[in-house]
Design a protein around this ligand. Structure first.
Ligand SMILES: Cc1cc2nc3c(=O)[nH]c(=O)nc-3n(C[C@H](O)[C@H](O)[C@H](O)COP(=O)(O)O)c2cc1C
Ligand code: SF4
Length: 517
C-alpha cells in the first residue's frame, strides 16, 4: 500500500520550490523502495510554511514545512511517511492555530482536495448548491442570495442579490455572466488561490448565477500575470464540461451554460468593471460612463452580471446551506466571511478566512504574529492601493464595511499590507499618486492631470517649498479628484494620500525639522 503525500501546486508554493520538493520525494521514495503517491493540492494559505507538504496517516494529515529539496533525505530518515518527528513537523494540519481558528466557508476545500478532481470536489460537498439551484426558479435563487446578505467581494461591497435582480428583470437577451479575476490590488491573492486551489467552486458559482438571471454564457476575465491559475481554471472547465456540468444541459437539466476564459490586458484599470467589459469586447480598457449600468447594458450592450471570483465562489455554500446559515456569520451589514489576505511586513503572511467583525489588531497579531522584522507595525493599508493607511490607534477597528468607512478606510477585496516603523509615509503618499498617474485610463481630467500634479505637489511639500501653500493645494487637489473623477481610481487615490497626511504628518516635515535642528 502506498502512502499519499500532498504537495501544493499553487503559484506561491511553486515559487519557493514545491516542484523540486515533489520530484525529490518521488526520487527518494524510489531509491528507498517506498511506495509513495504524490498528489497535488492548492495552498492551505500558510505562506510562511510553503512548500507545506502533508502526509496522509491514520491520524489524519500531518504537515511538514517549509520544506526544501535538501530536507527530503532527513524526512525519510525521520519516517515522515508514518508522521514521524522532525524539526519541520507541525502535527495534524487542521490543528495549526493559524488554520484552526479560521472560519473557512468559501475556502473550506482549499488545500484539502486536488483542484482538478471532480471526484474530490463532489466528495467534499461540491455541486450540492448547484443541484439545489437547479430545483429553484431564478427569482427564488436571487431571493436566497439577497437574504444571505452577500455583498460583492471585489471592492465596492455592492449587494449581490440586488445586482442580480436588475439583470433578472432586464428584458433584453442574451444575458451574460462575467467573472472579474483581474485581482490588481496590492497584497491580494485570494482570487488566484481560489482559481488554483478550488476552481470548480468558481465554476459552480457562475453556473448558479447563470441559472438565477437566465444567462447561458459566461466569461472569466483573468489577469495575464496569473498563467498557472489560467491553466488550472481552463483545465477545470474542460473537466466540468466532460462531466456534464457545463454545456448544453447542466447536469441533465436541459438548461445550458458555456464558460470561457479570457486573458486580461495587464492594466489595473481593466479590473474596473466597465473597462473590463471594453477589454473583453476587444477594445482598449477605458472606463465607460454610468448609467447605463452593466446590469442593463453590459457586455456587447446586453444585461450582464459582473462579480468578483470570491463573490461567485461564496455562492455554492449559500445555496447548499441556505441564506440563514451564511447570514449568521459576520456583524452589522457585513454578512458571511471574507478571505483576508495578510501581506507586506508580516511574520505569518497568508490567507485568513474569518467572519467579518474581528479587529485589524487580531488579524495582524493573533494570526500574522506581528511584523516580519520584529519592529512595531506602524501603518497598515487595507483594501489595495486605493485604501487608507491606518495607524496603530485604529487597529481595534472591526473588519466591517461600515466601521471601516467611519475611519475613512475601506476593506475592499480584503488585502492587508503591513509596514513597520521604518516606513516613510510621505513616500507612500507620493507612491499612491504616482500609481494613479501610471494606471489612469486618461478619460477624465481630475485623475489624468491631477495625479501627475499630485506627485509634484507632494515633492514640493517634502522639499519644504512653500509648505503651507502646497499643503492647501494638495487638499484642494484631493477634493477635486474625490468629487470630480469618473471612477474610483481617481476618486479614491486621495484616501491613501489624505490618510498619510492626517495620521503621519511628521513624515511630511522631515526636511523642515532637520533644517530647524
Ligand atoms: C480601478 C478599479 C480597479 C478594480 N479592480 C478590480 C479587480 O481587480 N477585481 C474585482 O473583482 N473588482 C475590481 N474592481 C471593482 C469592479 O469595478 C466591480 O465593482 C466588481 O468587479 C464587481 O464585483 P463584486 O460586486 O462581486 O465585487 C475595481 C474597481 C476599480 C475602480
Ligand atoms: S478616474 Fe482615472 S481611471 Fe477612472 S475614468 Fe477617470 S481617468 Fe480613467
Amino acid at each position: 500500500m502506498s502512502t499519499t503525500v500532498w504537495v501544493p501546486r499553487d503559484t506561491s508554493a511553486i515559487s519557493v520550490g514545491a516542484e523540486d520538493v515533489a520530484r525529490g520525494i518521488q526520487a527518494e521514495a524510489q531509491r528507498r523502495g517506498e511506495a509513495v503517491r504524490i498528489r497535488r493540492n492548492g495552498s492551505r494559505g500558510l505562506y510562511w510554511l510553503e512548500p507545506l507538504i502533508e502526509v496522509e496517516t491514520p491520524a489524519g494529515r500531518i504537515a511538514y514545512g517549509p520544506t526544501a529539496p535538501g530536507d527530503v533525505g532527513s524526512l525519510f530518515d525521520a519516517e515522515f511517511l508514518a508522521g514521524g518527528a522532525h524539526v519541520l513537523r507541525h502535527g495534524p494540519t487542521e490543528t495549526i492555530p493559524f488554520l484552526a481558528r479560521q472560519e473557512r466557508l468559501c475556502f473550506a476545500r482549499m488545500g484539502v482536495i486536488d483542484p482538478l478532481s471532480i471526484e474530490d470536489y463532489v466528495a467534499h460537498g461540491g455541486f450540492t448548491g448547484l443541484r439545489t439551484a437547479l430545483a429553484m426558479s431564478g427569482t427564488q435563487i436571487v431571493q436566497q442570495v439577497t437574504d444571505s446578505g452577500l455583498r460583492g467581494r471585489g471592492g465596492a461591497a455592492f449587494p449581490t442579490g440586488i445586482k442580480w435582480k436588475t439583470v433578472l428583470d432586464a428584458p433584453a437577451t442574451p444575458k451574460y455572466i462575467v467573472c472579474n479575476a483581474d485581482e490588481g490590488d496590492s497584497g491580494t491573492f485570494s482570487d488566484r488561490m481560489q482559481m488554483e486551489g478550488d476552481p470548480l467552486a468558481l465554476i459552480e458559482g457562475m453556473l448558479i448565477a447563470g441559472l438565477a438571471v437566465g444567462a447561458e454564457q459566461g466569461y472569466v476575465y483573468i489577469r495575464s500575470e496569473y498563467p498557472l491559475a489560467e491553466r488550472i481554471l481552463t483545465e477545470a472547465i474542460e473537466l466540468a464540461t466532460r462531466a456534464g456540468y457545463l454545456g448544453e444541459s447542466i447536469a441533465g437539466s436541459g438548461k445550458g451554460f458555456l464558460l470561457e476564459v479570457r486573458r486580461g490586458a495587464g492594466a489595473y484599470i481593466c479590473g474596473e468593471e466597465t473597462a473590463l467589459l471594453e477589454s473583453l469586447e476587444g477594445k482598449r480598457g477605458m472606463v465607460r460612463y454610468k448609467p447605463p449600468l452593466p446590469a442593463l447594458q453590459g457586455l456587447f450592450g446586453k444585461p450582464t452580471v459582473v462579480n468578483n471570483v470570491i463573490t461567485f465562489a461564496s455562492l455554492p455554500i449559500i445555496l447548499e446551506k441556505g441564506a440563514a446559515f451564511y447570514r449568521d456569520y459576520g456583524m452589522g451589514r457585513s454578512r458571511g466571511t471574507l478571505p483576508f489576505q495578510l501581506a507586506g511586513n508580516i511574520k505569518r503572511g497568508g490567507l485568513v478566512e474569518k467572519a467579518f467583525g474581528l479587529t485589524l489588531r487580531e488579524l495582524l497579531y493573533d494570526y500574522g504574529g506581528g511584523s516580519a522584522t520584529g519592529r512595531p507595525i506602524r501603518a497598515v493599508q487595507v483594501g489595495g492601493p486605493l485604501g487608507a493607511f491606518l495607524p496603530e490607534k485604529l487597529f481595534d477597528t472591526p473588519l466591517d464595511y461600515e466601521a471601516f468607512a467611519q475611519v475613512d478606510g475601506m476593506i475592499g477585496h480584503g488585502g492587508v499590507v503591513a509596514f513597520d516603523d521604518t516606513v516613510d509615509m510621505a513616500h507612500m503618499a507620493r507612491y499612491a499618486m504616482e500609481f494613479c498617474a501610471i494606471e489612469s485610463c486618461g478619460k477624465c481630467t481630475p485623475c489624468r492631470i491631477g495625479s501627475t500634479r499630485g506627485v509634484e505637489v507632494i515633492d514640493r511639500i517634502v522639499a519644504d517649498e512653500s509648505r503651507d501653500k502646497n499643503l492647501t493645494l494638495l487638499q484642494d487637489l484631493c477634493e477635486t479628484m474625490l468629487h470630480g473623477s469618473l471612477c474610483a481610481l481617481g476618486g479614491m487615490t486621495p484616501f491613501p494620500v489624505l490618510s498619510a497626511l492626517k495620521h503621519f504628518p511628521e513624515d511630511f516635515r522631515k526636511l523642515a525639522s532637520r533644517r530647524a535642528a
